[in-house]
Design a protein around this ligand. Structure first.
Ligand SMILES: Cc1cc2nc3c(=O)[nH]c(=O)nc-3n(C[C@H](O)[C@H](O)[C@H](O)COP(=O)(O)OP(=O)(O)OC[C@H]3O[C@@H](n4cnc5c(N)ncnc54)[C@H](O)[C@@H]3O)c2cc1C
Length: 111
């Protein structure tokens, strides 16, 4: 496996620093097998379509924050938040969206 050491570059226009390779820091690590055990793309469930859970073209669930019932999907009884809606983000964002979706569910049940 070939690896490279990185450091954080200058902040972009959103203030986000991205890793940049440090020149000549490449290293080869001998391996018998390499298992990729993480991912950044949605893996939509096969029942979404039959349950009218709409998605965008990349497979993320459509569940807007700003609507009558926060984070409600196209199926009124299903709410969603976190990476499955937003794409890869921070854990605090997923927690916040889960809490907001819970409020959306409560509002929906009180109607
Ligand atoms: C490699 C990596 C590094 C990261 N580092 C950071 C970091 O340093 N700081 C940070 O803030 N964020 C980090 N994140 C992002 C953070 O982990 C996610 O934003 C957050 O976990 C999203 O939470 P979630 O609840 O939306 O989804 P998840 O945490 O992915 O939770 C979804 C859960 O649903 C379960 N599930 C899936 N399908 C089914 C099913 N059919 N039935 C029942 N359960 C199911 C999964 O097993 C999983 O437990 C990182 C992400 C990755 C991939």
């Amino acid at each position: 496996m070939k690896v490279v050491t990185t450091h954080l570059g200058a902040p972009d226009n959103r203030g986000r620093q991205r890793p940049e390779p440090i020149p000549n820091s490449e290293e080869i690590i001998p391996c018998d097998a390499v298992i990729m055990a993480f991912g950044f793309r949605p893996s939509p469930a096969d029942w979404f379509e039959s349950q009218q859970v709409a998605m965008d073209s990349s497979g993320r669930v459509l569940a807007a924050e700003k609507q009558t019932f926060k984070f409600q999907t196209k199926n009124p009884k299903i709410f969603a938040g976190g990476d499955m809606v937003r794409g890869s983000d921070l854990v605090v964002t997923a927690i916040w969206e889960g809490r907001e979706a819970a409020e959306g569910i409560l509002d929906f049940l009180e109607v």
